[in-house]
Design a protein around this ligand. Structure first.
Ligand code: GBH
Length: 461
């Protein structure tokens, strides 16, 4: 049997907009995702998250499901515009009450809340009034919102994640336009990312100065990164894979762990990459108590050949491909999920080792890992999800191997607790350990949920 340390944190994750629904209930203000999903053609069949999993009304039942599964931790996010309907100003006490109830119920059931402050559902008012992430002044609005959350929830919440996947907000929200706010640009991703890092620095600074000394919690960021394997043994391809990882995760992690953007980005982007002021970097450097990693897949990376037309796909190339001169591809033998993401557990192990070496062996938590599988609208197919069990067994085994090789991996959160609103894919992509019937709201455990509970109970598999 492969056993894990008894303190290892086994959890599941979700995010506010994907599960809560009740988008106009109890004074919640609109977010950019309400606006984006209301524009024809932006999401699958124009689906929105007005109801989603109706978690806003079913939270007690959902905590009971977590308890039944034996989860030690639940990662969820707070909807900023539930707390501040216009992004700032007056607090919406009903929104605060919802999270207070959820937090209390989790604690009552011995489930540790891990709270993400921002998982993409940016307040629409601040988008319109301030141009959102493109405005440097937005960092102070993040700090103001975070401060309220620390003040109201920090007596019980001791695990904070400032931002979920800033790479996605920057590249998919401001580069490719596939996610809200739907902007298409080659330069804005670098500006949005810069302001997100500044916002992260300010949120952490407030926590460390005003709350951490008494609340004794920990705070970090959740970055996403897929592994990049050199396509051949050539030096050029090895460097291309390295560069692809730098443009992906080091873009955010180097400023935090090493104090500046990677040299490869500065070299290739020049002035298109903003520069940190001394004041900014003083707040950003060393601003994570742990390394949060969302990991889903692996791609092959090769140096883009001279004269080759670089295909202009931001998503498929983990960024703006011509900025990196990296061409990505898949090994045809790799099994695919319903997202067409390849299942490559050894890529997870390699990435954990790569991050550990580059950032001097920080404590790492996998804050998301999971897969969508086809045909699961049908509950009878969904509950026989042996392929998802295989997926989790493979990736958790890779985590075990990484730990044996010296990686300080301290926890793992499955994505996701239950099927939910998969952003622009609507309800077609199901990542849940539990099936949700979106007509009735009924939850049904899949085989993977049962397998995961057994793993948690046994402390290994
Ligand atoms: C996460 O993002 C989100 O945090 C979560 O809200 C979401 O529901 C979940 O994942 C599932 O999508 O096309 O081969 O280049 C996932 C981030 C970034 C992971 C892009 C896969 C593309 C791989 N994703 N990446 S590829």
């Amino acid at each position: 049997m492969k056993t894990f340390n008894p303190d290892f944190v086994w959890g599941a994750a979700s995010s506010a907009y994907q599960v809560e629904g009740a988008t106009t209930t109890d004074g919640r203000g609109p977010s950019i995702w309400d606006a984006f999903s209301s524009i024809p053609g932006k999401t699958y069949h124009n689906q929105n998250a007005d109801i989603a999993c109706d978690h806003y009304n079913r939270w007690q039942e959902d905590v009971a499901i977590m308890k039944e599964m034996g989860l030690k931790a639940y990662r969820f996010s707070i909807s900023w515009s539930r707390i501040f309907p216009t992004g700032r100003g007056e607090v919406n006490e009903k929104g605060v009450a919802f999270y207070n109830n959820l937090i209390d119920e989790l604690i009552k059931n011995d489930i540790t809340p891990w709270v993400t402050l921002f998982h993409w559902d940016f307040p629409l008012a601040l988008q319109m009034e301030m141009d959102g992430l493109l405005n440097p002044a937005i960092a102070d609005e993040f700090a103001n919102y975070a401060k309220l959350c620390f003040a109201r929830f920090g007596d019980r919440v001791t695990h904070w994640i400032t931002l979920n996947e800033p790479w996605c907000s920057a590249m998919l929200g401001h580069g490719m336009g596939s996610k809200a706010p739907g902007r298409v640009s080659k330069d804005e991703p670098y500006i949005a990312a810069h302001n997100l890092l500044r916002a992260h620095g300010k949120m952490v600074d407030i926590y460390r100065r005003e709350f951490q000394p008494t609340q004794k919690g920990m705070i970090g960021i959740a970055n996403n990164c897929d592994w990049r394997e050199p396509k051949t043994d050539s030096e050029l391809d090895k460097k291309a894979a390295e560069r692809a990882l730098e443009f992906f995760v080091s873009w955010f992690a180097d400023p935090i762990y090493l104090g500046d953007y990677p040299a490869s980005m500065r070299e290739r982007l020049g002035e298109r990459l903003p520069t940190f002021s001394d004041e900014d970097i003083a707040l950003i450097k060393n601003s994570s108590d742990f390394f949060g990693l969302n990991h889903y897949t692996t791609m092959l990376a090769e140096q883009t050949h001279e004269g080759e037309v670089v295909e202009d796909t931001i998503r498929g190339n983990g960024g703006i491909s011509e900025d990196q001169m990296v061409t990505l591809s898949k090994d045809p033998s790799w099994e695919q999920t319903d997202m067409e993401w390849s299942i490559v557990p050894w890529g997870c192990k390699k990435l954990l080792l790569w991050l550990s070496e580059r950032y001097n062996y920080p404590d790492i938590y996998i804050t998301e890992n999971g897969c969508a599988l086809p045909d699961e609208d049908d509950v009878n197919i969904a509950i026989n999800d042996s392929r998802r069990v295989d997926f989790y067994r493979g990736y958790i085994d890779a985590c075990h191997q990484a730990i044996e090789a010296g990686v300080k991996l301290k926890g793992y959160f499955a994505w996701t607790l239950m099927d939910n609103y998969e952003w622009e894919e609507g309800y077609t992509k199901r990542f849940g350990l539990n099936h949700v019937d979106f007509t009735t709201g009924k939850r049904t455990p899949k085989q993977s949920a049962i397998w995961y509970s057994t793993l948690i109970k046994d402390g290994g598999f």
